[in-house]
Design a protein around this ligand. Structure first.
Ligand SMILES: [Mn+2]
Length: 481
């Protein structure tokens, strides 16, 4: 609010040098009802500005008197094409001891530095501005071309389109699939979203249920019956390769498996596949439905941990585009599903059993059915004072499930899990949020039965704690604090 009112109080401008750039700026400001005073050394030009009822004066902007004449102006725009004259003008103003806000025009990086050293607050280098505009135009042109290609593949579908998420799908892959489905619908092509495994997180199940997203499991269908296959957000998955030609591939990671696709858009410079699909939805002018916008916004937010992880400008502009179309009540319901009794139990157990070494916390939550509760417990424990890393494990059937979180940027928690348990299980996740499943027998060599589970748990517990703390760089037993 204070920034807004400070800007609102800026009311008077001086433009020094009124060539094509200065004139364009003057026109815009005057159009906004601002008070603009112009100084230019060309008398004819000044006359014609005055004919247009503008306040203008003919003078060499290098003159010290010019600096005095504009001393009451809030903002100075020094925009002549004579960069040396601009430098002198900046120095004159600052020589007067004035703290007016100065925007100055440079011609190259060297003059830009000189103008900054001279006291300009903002320096504009026209060639840089043009280069940026050219790159943006190129990006727009590329997107237009790619969107047409994608539309062609969809239009070429003779029958149904299968949209495959990665196994145990999360928000980014599901939202991307929803968007691609909406695109195919708008081209009168029927499609199904297919997945393997389970939707593990409570929030994600809420997301699918509340938005009424229709998903089919791969076992329910025969892939051979689909004419066109699309993979969304698939590259990092450890899924089995698709054993038939893939037509469409969209991802923000380079694929680990190489598919010979008709259409592919892989952009490692954005942080979610939902971001890429948003660009297509925008380009293809879909008439974005609330459900699709809400799904995509949730996909981007979940994948970037609410813009806290690896967020790129493209992710933010995509989110900004989606925002007015999305249903924010639904997003809130999805993001804060009430805590289940089991989650509370698991959390209580994990707090009771916690062992803290330095800022690392490891705990055992006993036996659980709801694995999602583990992830939630690990997340909650991260709120404890002085804790930067948490790992919570529990046993279900014959498997140890372990969920870990870290807010220590020097520590990649997925790598910690890989180093500790990679030989026995597959760590999945990210640097801040990861999990692993380990067959129970690994630590004990004892076969699991109902009767010996307690024994197994106690035998396992020590081994898991020791390996974790060792990989975190602290000792599990001894004199740690
Ligand atoms: Mn993703």
């Amino acid at each position: 609010m204070s920034a807004g009112s400070a800007m609102a109080s800026v009311s008077s401008y001086a433009i020094l040098g009124c060539g094509s750039v200065g004139y364009a700026v003057a026109e815009d400001l005057i159009g906004d009802g601002k008070d603009v005073f112009i100084v230019d050394q060309d008398e004819d030009r000044v006359d014609s500005l005055r004919d247009q009822d503008l306040s203008a004066q003919a003078a060499d902007i290098r003159d010290e008197q010019v600096a005095e004449a504009i001393v009451d102006r809030d903002v100075l725009l020094i925009l002549s094409s004579d960069i040396e004259a601009n430098q002198v003008a900046v120095e004159n103003v600052r020589g007067e001891g004035s703290e007016q806000f100065i925007v100055a025009r440079a011609s190259d990086p060297v003059s830009a530095d000189e103008l900054r050293d001279g006291g300009a607050d903002i320096v504009i280098n026209p060639s840089e501005v043009i280069a940026n505009a050219a790159l943006r135009a190129l990006e727009t042109g590329e997107l237009e071309y790619k969107a047409e290609q994608l539309a062609n593949v969809i239009d070429g579908t003779d029958g149904r389109l299968a949209i495959l998420t990665h196994d145990n799908p999360g928000p980014d892959t599901i939202a991307s699939a929803v968007a691609l489905r909406a695109i195919s619908h708008s081209h009168d092509v029927e499609s199904d979203i297919l997945y393997n495994g389970e939707i593990g997180h409570r929030e994600d199940r809420a997301f699918v249920n509340i938005l009424g997203i229709e998903l089919l499991t791969r076992s329910e269908v025969d892939l051979a019956e689909y004419d066109t296959i699309a993979l969304v957000d698939h590259a990092k998955a450890t899924d089995a390769p698709i054993d038939r030609p893939v037509d469409v591939l969209v991802d923000h990671y380079e694929p680990e498996i190489e598919y010979d696709t008709t259409f592919s858009d892989v952009r490692p410079n954005v942080s979610s596949t939902s971001t890429i699909l948003t660009k297509y939805v925008q380009e293809l002018d879909l008439g974005l439905s609330e459900a699709v916008a809400t799904a995509l916004l949730y996909g981007i937010r979940a994948e970037t941990l609410d813009f806290k992880r690896d967020t790129r400008p493209a992710d933010l502009t995509a989110a900004a585009y989606l925002y007015p179309f999305a249903d924010h009540d639904t997003l809130e319901q999805v993001e804060s599903p009430s805590m289940s009794p089991e989650t509370l139990d698991v959390l209580a157990e994990a707090i009771g059993n916690r062992e803290v070494r330095g800022s690392h916390l490891v705990s055992n939550a006993g036996f659980v059915r709801d694995r999602d509760a583990l992830a939630r417990a690990a997340q909650h424990l991260l709120n404890l004072e002085g804790i930067t890393t948490t790992a919570v494990f529990a046993i279900s059937e014959d498997t140890i499930h372990l969920a870990a979180r870290s807010k220590d940027i020097r520590l990649n928690i997925r790598r910690v899990l890989e180093d500790a348990f990679g030989d026995d299980g597959e760590a999945v996740g990210h640097s801040t949020d990861a999990s692993v499943e380990i067959p129970l027998g690994i630590f004990t060599g004892i076969e699991t039965s109902e009767r010996n589970r307690e024994t197994l748990l106690s035998l396992t517990e020590e081994a898991v704690r020791r390996r974790l703390f060792a990989e975190m760089g602290v000792e599990s037993n001894g004199n740690g604090n």
